[in-house]
Design a protein around this ligand. Structure first.
Ligand SMILES: *[C@@H]1O[C@H](CO)[C@@H](O)[C@H](O)[C@H]1NC(C)=O
Ligand SMILES: *[C@@H]1O[C@H](CO)[C@@H](O)[C@H](O)[C@H]1NC(C)=O
Ligand SMILES: *[C@H]1O[C@@H](CO)[C@H](O)[C@@H](O)[C@@H]1NC(C)=O
Length: 563
């Protein structure tokens, strides 16, 4: 009898799965006609990981349109983090515990090699967020195409102390040094004081999770913490550490995506396993005046430890800055940015980032120049390169700091506003100098990527800035300046380096060897295709020398090729 019953039950499940799969498939086929750009239509990163030679990337994805809604886990795979192949969605609403949406989460590779996903399910007519678990349905499939969501889900529900609508995005789990239990953090907020919280849960078996008495960390007045990410970085050196590494050789990073500002912030600090608490270093600000991975358009990022190359890799998402009507007409919105390697600066005060080395394999035609002086008000074009898809590395040498303008200390915490005041066209003392990217030959459209140096308390501060205010003749485009201060000793070095990755509507810049990163989305109407050029400019009052400039055209990788 029980045998018959279970057979019946199995059949029903099979039919149900089949129906829902077909539904997803047909809409996905429709979508694929639009897949030509890098990761188009992928909204936010969820749970990247490496498994048996393959990198897996998941992303929040709407199979039915290019605006937010109907969110599933899109799934792509790669062997080099650069060429990506699209698979069918891995996790999509099909069960009572995720019927209104499958939101962000993380993957953990267990010590026996088995990857497990924890993700946020939306239930109760969008009023409640719960946490679910999913396992690969077939471990013999190297692409891990199908995921099984056991019926005992949700594994974590909110309780009266947690707002049910602000309870999402579980982190990758870390194993306690006692080897006996796992911990994860989930983003949340408390009504009182609008305190952002990384709520801590523990489990011995990965399935039965218990809320810890204290959160991993919290900070008042910061609002909802989305997509928390918590991981160790090595003290000294660039090598990555497994998410469960603890002890003297590491510092920990806690990153949160602040829903309130729509930017991400991180602190460096110490993790105390015995207490399961994280304490940021005293000098670091916890909240929207704090450090950022990227001072531009970069949100909902995730890192993972890549055991193959022993590095920590960061993947972020940039939304569109044009209109929703544009998203609808082009049929996609949002891009996943070039993955970055991330490690601790030897000064211990911040993280450094650099595009993963595999990106360099896309470099093709190369131009270079050296020792070219740019006079005050001067500029020149870098010839013989199609710069609509390019990688540029340049080192600037400042002839003298004497003419640096005085820094206005009221802008200490607000580089972005300072950059708006000291934009690329405003003549300065030392700088603005840098690149015009995605510029048409007449410079009617151009996105400025530049440095400017100010005098401050007998030392100097360096501002790094993206100014897209003249990036397009089109109207109604969101074109904020983005900026940050760079922690470099310009007084002794007198030089500063810049790398910019340019890709049609995306500009990702890495200043001072990855001490500062800015991403912008821009939409030129003239500086497109072969009319997109690269210039060097100097609007300061002293000479600046380009000691070296190397630029490469970039080949187009497989950007979600169908397999
Ligand atoms: C599991 O994956 C392997 C390799 O792709 C495949 O040959 C096999 O048929 C799959 N098993 C099931 C039950 O789908
Ligand atoms: C879940 O874990 C808690 C704490 O370890 C334990 O008290 C409880 O019995 C467990 N429940 C089940 C169903 O295993
Ligand atoms: C990206 O779009 C712009 C313009 O609409 C918004 O101002 C930003 O808040 C948004 N960024 C994120 C991370 O959602």
């Amino acid at each position: 009898m029980s045998n018959t019953l279970s057979k019946l039950w199995l059949t029903l499940v099979a039919i149900f799965l089949l129906v829902s799969l077909q539904k997803v498939n047909s809409s996905h086929r429709f979508l694929r006609e639009y897949f030509t750009y890098f990761f188009k239509k992928k909204i936010r990163v969820a749970g990247p990981f490496y498994y048996k030679g393959i990198y897996h990337l998941f992303y929040q994805y709407n199979p039915y349109g290019s605006v937010w809604g109907n969110i599933v886990w899109g799934h792509s795979v790669s062997t080099d983090l650069i060429n990506w192949y699209a698979l069918d969605p891995a996790i999509y609403p099909s069960k009572p515990f995720d019927i209104y949406g499958c939101w962000s989460g993380s993957a953990t590779v267990l010590p026996d090699g088995m990857p497990v996903i924890l993700y946020t399910g939306i239930v109760d007519n969008f009023k409640t967020q719960v946490q679910n678990i999913a396992f690969p349905a077939n471990l013999s499939d190297p692409l891990l195409r199908e995921w099984d969501k056991p019926d005992y889900n949700p594994v974590i529900s909110s309780d009266p102390s947690i707002s049910a609508t602000q309870f999402r995005d579980p982190t990758t789990a870390w194993l306690h040094p006692d080897n006996k239990h796992w911990s994860i953090a989930i983003g949340g907020t408390r009504e009182v004081g609008q305190r952002g919280v990384a709520i801590l849960y523990r489990s011995k078996d990965f399935v039965n999770w218990t809320k810890a008495k204290h959160p991993l960390h919290s900070s008042k007045g910061t609002g909802m913490w989305e997509c928390p990410d918590f991981f160790p970085v090595a003290v000294g050196g660039r090598e990555g550490r497994d998410t469960s590494a603890t002890g003297r050789g590491v510092k920990h990073v806690l990153k949160v995506s602040l829903d309130r500002t729509r930017f991400e912030y991180y602190t460096l600090g110490t993790y105390y396993p015995a207490l399961d608490r994280y304490l940021p270093d005293q000098a670091l600000v916890d909240g929207s005046d704090g450090l950022r991975y990227d001072y531009g358009n970069f949100y909902a990022s995730k890192t993972f430890f890549d055991p193959a190359k022993r590095r920590r890799v960061l993947t972020g998402w940039a939304n569109e800055s044009d209109t929703i009507a544009d998203d609808v007409s082009k049929g996609w919105s949002g891009v996943i940015l070039v993955p970055r390697e991330l490690w601790l600066d030897e000064n211990g005060r911040q993280l450094l980032q650099w595009p993963v080395e595999e990106f360099d394999r896309l470099r093709s035609k190369h131009v270079s120049l050296a020792n070219q002086v740019v006079n005050p008000g001067g500029f020149f074009r870098v010839n013989n390169i199609d710069a609509v898809q390019a990688d540029v590395e340049v080192t600037f040498e400042i002839s003298s700091l004497e003419k640096a303008e005085d820094f206005d200390p009221s802008y200490v915490g607000d580089a972005q506003a300072y950059c708006a005041r000291h934009a690329a066209d405003v003549k300065g003392g030392v700088g603005p100098f840098g690149l015009y990217v995605l510029a048409d030959p007449a410079l009617e459209e151009r996105t400025a990527v530049f440095f400017k140096v100010f005098k401050h308390k007998r030392k100097h501060v360096v501002l790094f800035c993206h100014d897209p205010t003249r990036s397009t003749k089109r109207e109604n485009i969101y074109k904020p300046t983005f900026a940050g201060f760079v922690d470099v000793d310009i007084d002794s070095s007198k030089t500063i380096s810049l790398r910019s990755l340019i890709d049609h509507s995306v500009v990702e810049s890495f200043g001072a060897g990855g001490k500062i990163c800015i991403t912008s989305r821009v939409y030129p109407s003239l500086a497109i295709g072969r009319d997109a050029h690269l210039f060097v400019f100097n609007n300061g009052a002293v000479d600046v020398k380009v000691s070296e400039l190397n630029a490469w055209e970039i080949r187009t990788p497989f950007m979600n090729k169908e397999i």
